[in-house]
Design a protein around this ligand. Structure first.
Ligand code: PAZ
Length: 342
């Protein structure tokens, strides 16, 4: 597995949730994107990441393997340049990391653009659990061994992990802030353009809708004594809606799947449909915060809606909803490739 662990993008702590109380704003025009990228600097490591992605894409383009960009995890919105405080959201990257494993099993090469320190494919089975990692080990005859209670399952995961490494099918690319996410998404998408219809974008990251522009970001830690009335008032701006730029300019020809998260079921379908109208991409997968691990809804531009749900038996057997989502997405993508092959 290619890992870009030398890039450290953060030191985050999960915190609050996405604010859905404001209505959607219209799709960004080219000028919004231009204005954003002119006003915000790229991450210093971006060229190195672009080099890794280029190498990965060239390698798989040669063999004709489809490549999926999976985005995963939340984003942080720093409130200070030397960041002590930031705004965050709930996403641990479960959807993204789990989906990446199923895409690998389905024969895809995966660029995994993830929030640093959120869940990773394969290691997710052992990180962020209620077990301490030492519980997976035991001492036998003065030597450390895998606890036999977990050994059989761990072997299965290890084999899949090794298979992904040996076939060079998984590239891990981290980000932390919204700015790092946007710059990296743009760079990766532009490199993936050469894959045309064989490129798939699966945008599961929970990207903040709001940010503090760098022009208004204090250099140092905000001091409580400087705040009027002792209150910290944070005035955030809306992150431009970059999905239409992805569809039209960064990845024309690719199939693009976005996720829509809501907490109010009564608006989920209408929000998913309006995202398709606005951005003109191929598929929205809607989910509710409360039920996202057991059901999602597929919404397509022709107005079709299809719920995908774990049955009671599936849930009892610890089946993951991504085991149902990914084959469905792959079917859509295969049809897209057929439709676009000359
Ligand atoms: O990371 P997680 O598994 O806890 O949550 C996944 C999710 C709900 C963030 C994802 O399925 C999703 O809906 N992402 C898009 C969120 C949005 O911007 O609407």
């Amino acid at each position: 597995m290619k890992s870009s662990k030398k890039f450290h993008t953060s030191n985050p702590e999960p915190a609050s949730a996405i604010d859905r109380s404001v209505p959607d704003i219209p799709a960004a025009q080219l000028s919004d994107e231009d204005r954003y990228f002119r006003a915000h600097k790229p991450p210093q490591y971006l060229d190195e990441i672009a080099g890794l992605v280029q190498e990965f894409v060239d390698f798989h383009a040669e063999s004709g393997k489809p490549v999926v960009l999976v985005t995963s995890g939340g984003t942080t919105v720093p409130l200070e340049n030397n960041t002590v405080r930031f705004i965050d959201n709930f996403s641990a990257g479960t959807r993204g990391a789990t989906s990446a494993e199923y895409f690998l099993e389905a024969g895809y090469a995966v660029v995994f653009l993830h929030r640093e320190f959120s869940l990773l494919p394969y290691s997710r089975h052992y990180s962020h659990t209620t077990n301490c990692f030492l519980d997976y080990m035991t001492e036998i005859d003065g030597k450390i061994e895998i606890n036999p209670d977990y050994a059989a399952d761990m072997l299965k995961v290890l084999r899949k992990y090794n298979q992904a490494r040996e076939s060079r099918s998984l590239l891990l690319i981290p980000y932390t802030t919204v700015n790092q996410y946007l710059y990296t998404l743009k760079a990766v998408a532009e490199i993936m353009q050469k894959l045309e219809a064989k490129a798939l974008f699966y945008l599961a990251a929970a990207v903040s809708d709001f940010f503090l522009p760098s022009s208004r970001m204090p250099q140092h830690k905000i001091q409580s004594r400087d705040q009027e009335g002792g209150k910290l008032v944070v005035n955030l701006e809306q992150v431009p809606k970059f999905l239409s730029r992805l569809v039209e300019n960064w990845a024309p020809g690719a199939m693009i799947v976005s996720f829509k998260l809501e907490t109010d079921e009564s608006i989920l379908l209408s929000k998913a449909k309006s995202a398709l109208d606005k951005y003109q991409h191929q598929l929205v997968i809607g989910n509710l915060l409360q039920t996202r691990k057991r059901e999602v809804v597929f919404v397509t531009p022709d107005g079709e809606t299809k719920w995908v749900k774990l049955s009671a038996e599936d849930a009892a057997a610890d089946k993951e909803i991504e085991a149902l989502i990914i084959p469905e997405v792959v079917r859509y993508h295969q049809a897209w490739v057929r439709q676009h092959s000359s």
